[in-house]
Every structure is written in structure tokens, then in C-alpha cells.
Design a protein around this ligand. Sequence first.
Ligand SMILES: CC(C)(COP(=O)(O)OP(=O)(O)OC[C@H]1O[C@@H](n2cnc3c(N)ncnc32)[C@H](O)[C@@H]1OP(=O)(O)O)[C@@H](O)C(=O)NCCC(=O)NCCS
Length: 134
Amino acid sequence: MDVGMVCLLLWDTYWASNRSRDVIEQSTRHSLNFSLFYQGRQVGFGRVISDYTTVSYLCDVVVAPEHRRKGLGKWMLETILKHPRLGTTRVDLFTRDAQAFYGQFGFTKHRFDSMVRYPPGWPGNLAIVKTPTE
Ligand SMILES: CC(C)(COP(=O)(O)OP(=O)(O)OC[C@H]1O[C@@H](n2cnc3c(N)ncnc32)[C@H](O)[C@@H]1OP(=O)(O)O)[C@@H](O)C(=O)NCCC(=O)NCCS
């Protein structure tokens, strides 16, 4: 995976434009990452956080603007959802406006209302936190 290209892809989105390179790098270190390459250049990305048993969270799905609407996002999503370690899990995601994109893979509205807790100062407080394994 080309972290520099992943940063460029994510900085162009409505949800991750304020993440530093360090934060992006750390978030990928603790995720199952999927990278889409075209002629040796990274043009797409997505990642999953999972317990690999009951639940997974899919996020940061993006295809470079010049490569959109060519079926690449669909192929990447199919590939992600076919990953053998995710097979038994429910997959959650949030999206502002790509419901129709995800709908074709079986995503629907949550059965229950979802809730979220934002940490104090979010989203301006993104900082690198050392984890015990590092
Ligand atoms: C959403 C995204 C990843 C889709 O990737 P893509 O490569 O353009 O998608 P595809 O070409 O594989 O499209 C597959 C199908 O989904 C549809 N589709 C693509 N993007 C869509 C969107 N944003 N909303 C609704 N439908 C969409 C296409 O029309 C196509 O339908 P078809 O097969 O009936 O023609 C891409 O548009 C993107 O990076 N958008 C900006 C970031 C974003 O919004 N990501 C999702 C955040 S939750």
C-alpha cells in the first residue's frame, strides 16, 4: 500500500480531509486494508476493522476521481466482502450519500437505530496514541 497516495485519496473526501499522515498511517496499522492499483499506481482504498467473528466495520472507501464510474469501486467492494475472515460477520458502515452504491451489495438501513459517541474536541483532536503493542 502506498501511504502517500492513500493520504491524497482520503484528504479529498468529506470525512477525512483533516487527518494527518501520522493518523492515517496509524489507523491503517490496526485495520484490514484493501488497496486498488492501476498501472502500478494506487487508485483506490478501503479498510475494515473486525473481530473476525461477529462484527466488522467498513470505512474509508474511496476511488480516485478520474477512475470512478468504471466498475472499480464495485470490484473492490466485492473483493472486500468476499474476504474469508469476514464471512461470518455483520458489516456496518456509515455513508452520507452512497446508499445506492452500497445497496447493490446487500447493505440496508440498520435494523435498530445506531448511536455514536464522539470524544471531546472531535474531530479536531486526532492525535497519535501509542498502543501497548508498539
Ligand atoms: C463511492 C465510490 C467508492 C464508488 O466507486 P466507483 O468506482 O465510482 O463505483 P463503480 O463504478 O464501481 O460503480 C458501481 C455502481 O455503483 C453506482 N455508484 C457509484 N458511485 C455511487 C454513488 N456515490 N452513489 C450511488 N451510486 C453510485 C454506479 O452507478 C454503478 O452502478 P451500475 O453498476 O448500475 O452502473 C466512489 O464514487 C468514491 O470514491 N466516491 C467518493 C468517496 C465516497 O463517497 N466513498 C463512500 C463513502 S461511504
